[in-house]
Design a binder for this molecule. Sequence first.
Ligand code: IDP
Ligand code: MG
Length: 140
Amino acid sequence: MAKERTLSIIKPDATRRNLTGKINARFEDAGLRIVAQKRLWLTRGQAEAFYGVHKERAFFNDLCDFMVSGPVVAQVLEGDNAVAKNREVMGATNPAQADAGTIRKDFAESIEANSVHGSDSAENAAIEIAFFFSEIEIVG
Ligand code: IDP
Ligand code: MG
């Protein structure tokens, strides 16, 4: 399996509850390495741009409001099969449907405030990583 990178975001519901370290431990325990990380408070424009693929969805406005409701932690995770591995560790979008032991099952508040974002493909990972980080900030 080739080494891969994916973009992760610890969302405002999780930073508000001081869960950054507990969530990072889930990634590290799964063999993912945090090779870049920064805490920032997104502007509305940045949230809309990041979630642009969802702009026609009914939940888009609420999602953007939520994503600017507090700080987030953007991070690059690296490891074998990192995109799929991270999605596995995160669990399903809706915490009610997430498997036991996943981040969303254990920490998410709702389908919207679901604690973490993770890229859904290697192609989108490259786009999303470039949204937050320059190559010099990623140290594998
Ligand atoms: P994902 O984060 O599991 O990839 P997506 O379908 O890409 O799920 O949706 C992006 C984000 O939008 C979700 O993580 C969640 O915060 C929010 N979201 C998705 N579906 C709903 C919904 O039905 N109601 C409210 N928020 C939603
Ligand atoms: Mg998604």
